[in-house]
Design a protein. Structure first.
Length: 270
């Protein structure tokens, strides 16, 4: 099996990036920096079939993506595409603003060994959602036991995840059209049948400092009455689409329940 762990960063010599790669090495994970896409000062240059769909951005989110958001998006998309093009069977992608839990490597090894249909497994989350417990993974460090879950809604965040080869292909085929932040693409798994999972408790958590590859989102824009009506109609349509997907795949997502304890150390988790 061909596997790599890549750390997305705009500065591979930064203390933050070096600390993360050293922490991974301490747990036996060989990771390398992957160059981010700089959108801090201007809109990044697009490549290949990448294009920005501004109409879809406004229709979905009532605002346009900022250059920094596009840069973050492209960093993830291009890393996934390169991993697929290089023939990887699994890829672990981490942003450079995370800390590892002591059981990170043990749980990661179990996740890598999951079947291909576990197309994406998020390693942390920013939202607490109802989910179905799917399977235990046998790592035991300091009494901590990890569980793979299937959330019925997006977990939010793209700080760390593992993709199987089929998952990479689905994202590559779907996400060349850019209209929302990359974590929202993952959250909208029902739109392109991405088999999305997560691990509990989380095996990494977010650092308080900002990642080098992203910045806070820009404020929304003023919309016409027609645009506002279209926004709400489209939102309703997507909600119906999500619920239809859940009904069609009911056995995969249910029974679902809320977690009974806090699952990670990230401050923004709620």
């Amino acid at each position: 099996m061909k596997f790599s762990c890549w750390v997305l960063t705009l500065d591979e010599q930064s203390d933050q990036t070096k600390k993360l790669i050293d922490s991974l090495a301490d747990q036996g994970v060989n990771a390398t920096p992957f160059p981010g896409v700089d959108g801090r000062s201007q809109m990044p240059v697009l490549q290949g079939n990448e294009f920005i769909d501004e109409k879809e951005s406004v229709l979905r989110h009532r605002k346009l993506l900022s250059p920094s958001q596009v840069g973050c998006y492209l960093a993830h998309y291009r890393a996934i595409k390169q991993a697929y093009d290089e023939g990887h069977d699994r890829i672990c992608i981490l942003e450079d603003d995370v800390f590892l839990e002591p059981n990170f490597a043990s749980a990661l090894n179990d996740i890598i060994d999951l079947p291909d249909e576990y197309e994406m497994t998020r390693l942390m989350a920013l939202r607490v959602r109802r989910r179905k417990k799917v399977r235990d993974i046998p790592d035991q460090i300091d009494g901590e036991h990890s569980v793979i879950v299937r959330p019925e809604r997006g977990w939010c965040g793209a700080q760390g995840y593992v993709l199987s080869r089929p998952g990479m292909k689905k994202i590559i085929d779907h996400a060349a059209r850019i209209y929302e932040p990359i974590d929202k693409v993952f959250d909208h798994f029902f739109e392109f049948d991405l088999k999305l999972y997560g691990v509990e408790p989380h095996i990494l958590h977010e650092y308080r400092a900002e990642s080098t590859i992203k910045k806070p989102p820009e404020k929304g824009m003023s919309l016409s009455l027609f645009q506002l009506v279209a926004f709400h109609l489209y939102k309703g349509f997507r909600s119906v689409r999500r619920h239809s997907y859940l009904r069609l795949n009911r056995s995969d997502f249910y029974p679902a329940e809320m977690p009974d304890k806090r699952l990670g150390k990230t401050d923004r988790l709620r």
